[in-house]
Design a protein around this ligand. Structure first.
Ligand SMILES: CC(C)(COP(=O)(O)OP(=O)(O)OC[C@H]1O[C@@H](n2cnc3c(N)ncnc32)[C@H](O)[C@@H]1OP(=O)(O)O)[C@@H](O)C(=O)NCCC(=O)NCCS
Length: 389
């Protein structure tokens, strides 16, 4: 019999990490590495499945915040460390964990990264944001003009102190972006110390620091280097362009690789837009609308006639119902529905990455007034999170 328990002490957290890592075929941390992992455990958010005394499955969440279309920020659970011991899979252990987690989540919304695309739809998560990996031919990458502000290189100690605050101040501008918790920064610091040549530069404009770039460089052949951008955070267009000028003019770099939003205008920086080549498009944000009325009210809408959407949620029935969405917002109504959608597919449309018309074309939803629904949920900028967890 599977029993789900809330974990609260360090020994249990350590077993939790081991069960999860083994499920992912990852190395189990030694005592020293464990000290880096430990701060990522937040006591009221760690669940495990047990068979008697044996831990057989794991999940947890981190307390964070999420930017929604229109710019509002809502409290958010970043769900992570989902794993079931290989000798217990396909017996409903994950299902039991997900049910319990969804009922207990203190936030109106959760996101996660999925190891496989078929796992989370049944629990009401939807693929809500994708990114593209681009590679730039740095030898031919010319950005005309000069910087508007200034870029300065900082050392690791300064970065450790400055970046969490700077990210919170300037890194939460685009829908999909999330606040980073203390344990996230501890892990990021650890990963950087692994790569000796991880470098951070900070941008300042007329109002002070307004962006940063963290990257590392690997030598691929003699004097041929690949720059991998880990973080490019910019509060405004000047900071974004200046950080790219810095990257594109760095000596001895042949290739630059970075994950950007689908509509990121990076190609237009360069005299020759063909220096930017899209290598991959991959799913990033899996979104769970835990409190549908609150999340529909949190975002803004485009201009179109109101549409009544009937939402179906098997696991959280309080969300079931009809919602009128209009340019002024969203509210529960008793009116007949124009279209009906399962909660996971509503999540897919929430950031504007997918439209209602696309889902209808694929026979995933049924209804009328699709063009109005598309226009209401349309966004000026595609989502990206940019924070891996
Ligand atoms: C993914 C994982 C957590 C699923 O756990 P589980 O206990 O086997 O899941 P459940 O038994 O509750 O499965 C629920 C349903 O999802 C399906 N399912 C689960 N994992 C699946 C997968 N990887 N691919 C396809 N279907 C899957 C099951 O077949 C089952 O379907 P059914 O209800 O129609 O029978 C587990 O296989 C695992 O730990 N995998 C390796 C680690 C990993 O990928 N973790 C996720 C990190 S994001």
């Amino acid at each position: 019999m599977t029993e789900i328990r809330l974990l609260s002490d360090e020994a249990q957290f350590r077993t939790h990490t081991s069960v999860f890592r083994r499920a992912m075929h990852m190395r189990i941390p030694d005592d020293e590495q464990w000290q880096v992992v430990l701060p990522s455990y937040e006591p009221d958010r760690v669940l495990a499945a047990f068979d008697g005394d044996e831990m057989i499955g794991t999940t947890q969440s981190y307390a964070s915040s999420l930017v929604v279309p229109g710019g509002a920020m809502v409290p958010h659970s970043a769900v992570s460390r989902v794993g079931v011991r290989a000798d217990y899979t396909r017996r409903g252990v994950l299902t039991a964990l997900m049910r319990e987690q969804l009922e207990k989540l203190p936030d109106p919304v959760a996101t996660l990264r999925a190891s496989e695309g078929r796992i989370y739809g049944r629990f009401g998560y939807g693929l809500a944001g994708r990114w593209r990996t681009v590679e730039i031919n740095a030898k031919r990458a010319v950005i005309p003009g000069e910087m508007a502000g200034r870029v300065r290189m900082i050392d690791q100690d300064t970065a450790d102190k400055l970046l969490p605050e700077l990210h919170e101040a300037v890194g939460l501008t685009r829908p999909g972006q999330i606040g980073r918790w203390a344990g996230w920064w501890a892990r990021a610091r650890d990963r950087k110390s692994d790569a000796e040549n991880s470098v951070t530069v900070v941008h300042s404009g007329p109002d002070g620091d307004d962006g940063f770039l963290t990257y590392k460089v690997a030598e691929e052949k003699d004097f041929e280097h690949r720059m991998s951008i880990q973080d490019l955070v910019a509060a405004n267009d000047d900071a974004w362009r200046d950080l790219w000028i810095y990257a594109a003019r760095l000596d001895l770099i042949d290739h630059i690789e970075v994950d950007v939003a689908l509509d990121d205008p990076v190609s237009w920086l360069f005299e020759d837009p063909r220096v930017v080549y899209t290598k991959d498009v991959f799913d990033e944000i899996w979104l769970r609308l835990v409190d549908v009325p609150r999340m529909l009210q949190a975002r803004t809408y485009g201009v179109a006639d109101p549409v009544v959407i009937e939402v179906q949620d098997r696991l959280l029935p309080a969300n079931n119902g009809r919602y009128r969405v209009s340019p002024d917002g969203a509210e529960r109504v008793d009116a007949p529905a124009d279209l009906t959608i399962p909660v996971g597919l509503l999540a897919a449309t929430y950031f504007g990455d997918t439209t209602f018309s696309q889902l209808a074309a694929a026979k995933r939803i049924e209804g009328t007034r699709l063009a109005d629904a598309d226009a209401l949920f349309a966004v000026p900028r595609k989502p990206i999170c940019g924070t891996f967890f």
